[in-house]
Design a binder for this molecule. Structure first.
Ligand SMILES: O=C(O)CCC(=O)C(=O)O
Length: 250
C-alpha cells in the first residue's frame, strides 16, 4: 500500500517540496524530545533559559529515538516511493536547532542556498560538492511563523536544473550563485510553519535557508540529507529530464 498519492508526487515534482502533516506518532515525538532535552543547556521548565541557549545539535543523529523519526515513521518509505526502492543511502536526520533570540527584530531571509558547497565554515572540502537527492526537515516542536522556520523557495529546483544543464556543478560558489538568480531577482521564500511531527521533503537542489527565531519555542528540527547510492556515477550528469532517474516520479 503506497504512502503517497499521485497528487502528492506531482506536488513534489512541481514545487520541489512536499509537506507531510502528522508524520510522527505522539510517542515518537515524545521520545525524540526527551532525548534532545537531555542535551540542551537550559531548563526544560523555564522558557527564559531557552533564549540564546545551545547547542545547535543536542543529540547524535544515530541516537535510536532520533533515527526512529525517519526509519520507524513512513518518511523513509515515502522517499523511496519517489526515488526508488533501495536506491537511497539509509541515513538519518540530525538535530538542527534555532534558539529564541534576544533581539526581536525579524525579517524573512533575502535569499537561500543550495547544500553541498564549500564555505570556509561548513566542513565541506574545497573543490568538492555534495550531491543530495532528497532532504527532509522534521519538526519535533510546534513552530509558528518567525519561530526559526525552515525557509524554502518552491520551484527553485527547476531553476537550478536549467542552470546545471549548461554550467558545472562546481560553479556555484558557496551554494549561492547570482547566475541562477541575478541580484534583486531572488523571489520571496516561504516559511515552513508546522506542528511537532510535521515534515517537509525538499529536493536536493532546492534553495533554502535557516531563519531567525523571535518566538518562545526552541526551533527543534531534525534535518536529513539523503543521496542515491550511485551518486558518484551520476553527480556530474544533468539529464534533460530532471526526473529521469526517479523511479516513482515521471
Ligand atoms: O536550519 C534550517 O532551517 C536550515 C539549515 C540550512 O540551511 C542548512 O542546513 O543548509
Amino acid at each position: 500500500m503506497p504512502h503517497l498519492t499521485p497528487e502528492q508526487k506531482n506536488d513534489f515534482k512541481e514545487n520541489g517540496c512536499l509537506i507531510i502533516r502528522n508524520a510522527l506518532a505522539p510517542e515518537q515525538i515524545q521520545a525524540a524530545q526527551d532525548t534532545l532535552w537531555a542535551g540542551i543547556e537550559a531548563n526544560r521548565n523555564d522558557p527564559e533559559t531557552w533564549v540564546e541557549a545551545g547547542p545547535r545539535s543536542p543529540a547524535s543523529t544515530n541516537d535510536p529515538a532520533i533515527r526512529a523519526t525517519v526509519h520507524e515513521s513512513p518518511l523513509f518509505a515515502m522517499m523511496e516511493e519517489m526515488v526508488g526502492k533501495d536506491l537511497l543511502n539509509p541515513g538519518s536526520a540530525g538535530p538542527a536547532f534555532v534558539y529564541p533570540s534576544k533581539d526581536k527584530n525579524w525579517s524573512l531571509p533575502a535569499r537561500g542556498h543550495l547544500d553541498g558547497y564549500y564555505t570556509p565554515t561548513n566542513g565541506v572540502a574545497e573543490g568538492t560538492v555534495g550531491y543530495m537527492t532528497m532532504n527532509v526537515t522534521i519538526y519535533v516542536e510546534d513552530i509558528d511563523a518567525k519561530g526559526g522556520c525552515f525557509t524554502y523557495w518552491p520551484g527553485s529546483h527547476r531553476v537550478a536544473h536549467e542552470y546545471f544543464k549548461t554550467h558545472s556543478l562546481l560553479s556555484v560558489q558557496g551554494g549561492v550563485s547570482s547566475d541562477l538568480y541575478p541580484e534583486g531577482k531572488f523571489p520571496e521564500g516561504q516559511q515552513f510553519v508546522g506542528k511537532a511531527g510535521d515534515a517537509i521533503f525538499w529536493h536536493g537542489q532546492l534553495f533554502h535557508s535557516g531563519s531567525k527565531n523571535v518566538n518562545r519555542n526552541i526551533r527543534m528540527a531534525l534535518i536529513g540529507r539523503f543521496s542515491r547510492k550511485d551518486s558518484n556515477d551520476i553527480r556530474f550528469e544533468t539529464n534533460d529530464d530532471q526526473w529521469a532517474t526517479w523511479e516513482g516520479i515521471n
